[in-house]
Design a protein around this ligand. Structure first.
Ligand code: GLN
Length: 384
């Protein structure tokens, strides 16, 4: 239908997300999809039964705005057990309708027009647009093109009186790096005596490899006091389509976040919340996730050992970067298109995670796939 109006876009330079674009191309060319970070295998049937039971038991109407009490209690106790911080379930824990919603609600509640928000590129593609929608300025800082770690001196230099927030993400999508003690020490030093809020995207908190410890902001009191932690059930229970996550923050910050959350979605899906109460009662389900994905990472690395790609170390998340610059000068987008068409494997060009399209000849592979898909994907990639 032709519109009688001009839409006056708030995001004129933004197109459809890369995950949708590549997903459609993959389907069109019947390519194996190693692009989107979404499992192609089933969740625990007991979890699905839990949702069905909750529906049959009549839990089909709005949940409380902040989430059902039993789930907030279970989350507070999980976080205390794992990371030591005590969040009050009544005022400091909120069940959100996906980590994406939590990021949006947090940024729009706490960032004012004219504020600056520091984040790291390559980054998940929603951060900068959400900041811009507030009339604020995203300030991207590039991770090292060699090892994709943070240069904290650059962060320090980028801070101005307008800096309102720093967005961090560990384990990191798309580079699969994780913060270590030195990163935490620098983050503490840089934010001390400021009113900077840390928005910590911890959706891969349970997918961390080689015995490393997840650096949740909830482990560090001074950081936790200025942090909003956003996490997700989707990644931890293989149900990215259920769109349920949780958010933790000191009461004063959470008060503001709930003001937005209540008008954005009011509450997250009710039956899923009941099922997650049961799931959290069995910590082995999510505590076994690191070993589960480490086996997949290692399988993919092994299967690609004869390929021409240079694989970068994956320390956490279910992603791995693969450099192709050693054997091709194509742009990463052209290269990804060629892989989809010629060998029928879909990946994500790393340039999609930069606002300025930086292209170092790298693609992101997702190994949240069954072993047969990983083996066949690797076999095809070895022919490139
Ligand atoms: N987080 C997932 C990824 O990075 C998918 C996100 C999405 O499709 N919106 O692949």
């Amino acid at each position: 239908m032709q519109s009688a109006l001009h839409a006056r876009s708030k995001l004129p330079d933004v197109g459809t997300t890369i995950f949708t674009v590549i997903g459609q191309l993959a389907a069109q060319h019947e390519a194996l999809n190693l692009s989107q970070g979404a499992p192609n295998f089933a969740p625990d049937p007991k979890l699905v039964d839990g949702v069905a039971q909750a529906m049959r038991a009549g839990h089909n109407q709005y949940a409380p705005m902040a989430g059902i009490g039993a789930l907030r209690d279970a989350l507070a106790s999980k976080v205390e057990t794992l990371y030591g911080a005590r969040y009050d379930p009544a005022t400091e824990v909120t069940v959100i309708a996906s980590a994406s919603e939590g990021l949006y609600s947090t940024i729009s509640a706490l960032v004012h027009p004219g504020d600056e928000v520091i984040y790291f590129e390559p980054s998940f593609d929603s951060y900068a647009p959400i900041v811009r929608l507030q009339g604020a300025t995203p300030v991207p800082i590039k991770l090292s093109l060699q090892d994709f770690r943070v240069n904290w001196d650059e962060v320090s230099a980028a801070i101005t009186p307008k800096t309102r927030m720093i967005i961090i993400n560990t384990p990191h999508n798309p580079t699969a790096t994780v913060f270590d003690d030195a990163d935490i020490a620098r983050l503490k030093a840089i934010t001390q005596n400021t009113d900077i809020v840390i928005l910590s995207d911890e959706v891969y908190e349970h997918v961390i490899f080689d015995g490393a410890e997840h650096q949740s902001m909830a482990r560090h009191t001074e950081l936790a006091q200025r942090s909003v932690i956003v996490s997700s059930f989707g990644k931890s229970f293989h149900v990215t389509g259920w769109r349920v996550g949780y958010c933790l923050a000191p009461a004063e910050l959470m008060d503001e976040i709930r003001k937005v959350h209540q008008f954005m979605v009011f509450s997250a899906d009710t039956p899923m919340q009941y099922a997650f109460v049961e799931a959290l009662a069995k910590p082995e389900s999510y505590l076994g996730l690191s070993a589960f994905y480490q086996q997949k990472r290692d399988l993919l690395v092994h299967a690609l050992r004869e390929s021409r790609f240079e694989l970068l170390p994956s320390q956490g998340s279910f992603f791995m970067l693969a450099r192709f610059r050693g054997f091709s000068d194509e742009s990463d987008s052209d290269f990804v298109l060629r892989l989809i068409r010629d060998v029928r494997v879909a990946t994500i060009p790393l340039s999609a995670f930069y606002t300025d399209g930086t292209d170092g000849g790298v693609v992101r592979l997702s190994f949240s796939k069954d072993d047969a898909t990983l083996m066949e994907g690797a076999r095809r990639l070895c022919s490139v």
